[in-house]
Design a protein around this ligand. Sequence first.
Ligand code: PLP
Length: 348
Amino acid sequence: MSQPPLTTDELRRCAARLPRVNLAHLPTPLDEVPRFAEAISRGTRASGSRVFVKRDDCTGLLFGGNKTRHNDFILADALAQGADLLVWGAGVQSNNCRQTAAGCAKLGLECRLYLGRTGHGEEVQGNLLLDYLVGAHVEIVDAPIGPELDALLQQRAAEWRQRGRKVYSWDRRRVRPLGAITYALCVAEIVDQMTKAGLTPTAIYSAASGATGAGLALGKAVLGVGAALRLILPIRWPWDVRADMAEIANDAATRLDLPHRLQPEDFDASLDYVGPGYGEMTPEGREAFALLARKEGILLDPVYTSKAMAAVIDDVRNGRRGPREVIVFVHTGGQPAVFAYRDEILHT
Ligand SMILES: Cc1ncc(COP(=O)(O)O)c(C=O)c1O
């Protein structure tokens, strides 16, 4: 990447040209977790390293998470298009849909959710319960998340348009670059918070399956952040994830009027912690969940962040992190799923 780095204010100024609603409580805190760091690094070459949690589980709206940050731009785009109805969908315990339903409630938009069965958390609990509580219309469908559910959403959106509604619908190509921009801005928050604390991060970890990872990588490139960025995937998509993230990041850069471009090789995106499948807890994820809860009183979620934190622990224990590291873990939220996964979480 030959472009000179931008300052955090310069990046914010680029994003200020886009429509935005202020749903998220920003900046989110950056909390150090010393008891957790000591527990995972004792006796390893990373002993003495520091771990910080970027609390994007505290973005505020209806239990927060990364999609509330995304929705500052996505729902602003919906309003700018004159939409009166959002047609959205994902898995039945989707954090995205819960936060989008809450954003719609706050902005006075009708929200129709088409939620695919995943075999987990199908009782009215956790995210699904919250969807109903904020007034979303929910239909549970059999289409698996990915291309099939996307096709179903397009079809439902077309039906609502035929009935005269102004629909803004889940469309990967339009929506995800807007989400990515918010995670480039999240890197700017991290840089500012770390600078204020007199620290330089050496590694950033996050759960990511598309927009969030693309945005973090774009932020790292644009701001010239030297820290390693490890993106931990919760799902095996039927496409090349690194190429997909590069495309999202480059679309985001275009919308920001920035010349930076990323290649698939720029992404360290790991499938090593998915385990048996999307939404299925792993022993390593359970350990990460229990450790952070018991050492710091912070909950992870069963589907995304517990697997991402398992990667931090694995890297520390297996010598992939050196001495005196400053690790930032981006907590992307998802805790309401804990209530729908009670039995799986308690089973240790
Ligand atoms: C808690 C949590 N973390 C991470 C992600 C991944 O975000 P993205 O698809 O934007 O990369 C999601 C997506 O739904 C999520 O709910």
